[in-house]
Design a protein around this ligand. Structure first.
Ligand code: BDR
Ligand code: CA
Length: 318
């Protein structure tokens, strides 16, 4: 089974990525690391613990506490998308048992423990991994693959007209990652993630009424925002697509290019600048996506989540 570490700033779509990870029986999420992003790290940690608990995986999927601040961050949060609490008001009273164990040392340990086995999927500002490679560069050749939801390449940004949220929140961390020289680095940006829309109709295909209602409520504000701002039916599945790529890379088409961060521009700070005309390529950037296939896959895996109401446990329906 593919071993995955999921690095999140939970967030509505991060929460759905965690749910996808729980639902898909072909992968093993060996742990979740959290970081400041959509919400502060305390809330990202709490939200991740709650999602894992709600779906009965508390004993199986540990959650770790990562960086409080991003590398030279321009303070940016995404409350208007995810709500003040990051989960659109869901699960406010659900208790959990996790203590705040440090993410970065755990990350380093796991990569050493499972050389060439771990796929790291980052759906947040990429500070935790950047700090890990600076602390322990010997882990670099041991990571099988790094897949990040980040960037806006030939598509407008969502924080500024040129910068995507995760890239803008930790551009120096992202430049560190781009300079690292991983065996494989895939960047899944707004160019493709904004095409994968989860609509009310798709959510209604989920048979378990509790999971279906949970998803409808979790995404309600996010879906309204997409309707109001872009006149689109459904909200973008940025983070689930990044995890989906770890499972089936053929969901997207990729181009091998060089990506550099804009770190100085007054209007372009945080932009992911793509260069095709160089031999120094450092990343595979997703340029196309099979939208319908991804949504069908996502719904089918979410359909495996069945909340056993009394025990608050999940059973995987095989
Ligand atoms: C990214 O920013 C966050 O708001 C989402 O969770 C996603 O990771 C999209 O730009
Ligand atoms: Ca995220």
């Amino acid at each position: 089974m593919k071993k995955i570490i999921l690095d999140v700033d939970t967030g509505v779509d991060d929460a759905i990525a965690i749910m996808l990870g729980i639902g898909d029986p072909t992968i093993e999420i060996i742990g979740i690391t959290t970081v400041t992003g959509n919400v502060g790290v305390d809330r990202a940690f709490e939200n991740s613990c709650r999602i894992v608990r709600y779906f009965g995986q508390e004993q199986k999927i540990p959650v770790y506490y990562g960086a409080r601040e991003n590398l030279f961050e321009r303070s940016v949060r995404a409350f208007e998308v995810h709500g003040e609490d990051g989960l659109n008001g869901m699960l406010p009273d659900l208790s959990y048992n996790n203590t705040k164990r440090p993410a970065i040392t755990w990350l380093i340990e796991q990569i050493k423990k499972f050389p060439n086995e771990i796929t790291f999927v980052g759906t947040a500002p990429i500070t935790n991994l950047a700090l890990a490679v600076k602390l322990a560069p010997e882990i670099i050749p041991l990571i099988k693959e790094v897949i990040l939801m980040t960037g806006a390449f030939e598509f407008p940004g969502n924080v500024t007209s040129t910068a995507e949220f995760n890239a803008y929140a930790a551009p120096i961390a992202l430049q560190i990652i781009l300079d690292t020289g991983f065996q494989s680095l895939k960047l899944i940006g707004l160019d493709v993630t904004t095409k994968v829309l989860l609509s009310q109709e798709s959510i209604n295909k989920i048979q378990d009424p509790e999971t279906c209602d949970f998803l409808l409520a979790l995404t309600s504000n996010y879906r309204k925002l997409y309707q109001r701002l872009y006149n689109l039916n459904g909200c973008a599945m940025h983070d689930p697509l990044a995890l989906g790529i770890a499972i089936d890379a053929s969901f997207c088409g990729f181009e091998h290019v060089q990506v550099s961060m804009e770190l100085k521009g007054e209007h372009t700070y945080g932009q992911t600048v793509l260069n095709r005309h160089t031999k120094n390529k450092n990343a595979l950037v997703a340029t196309s996506v099979e939208t319908e296939r991804v949504i069908n896959y996502l719904v089918s895996q979410l359909n495996r989540l069945k909340i056993v109401k009394t025990k608050r446990e999940i059973t995987k329906l095989h």
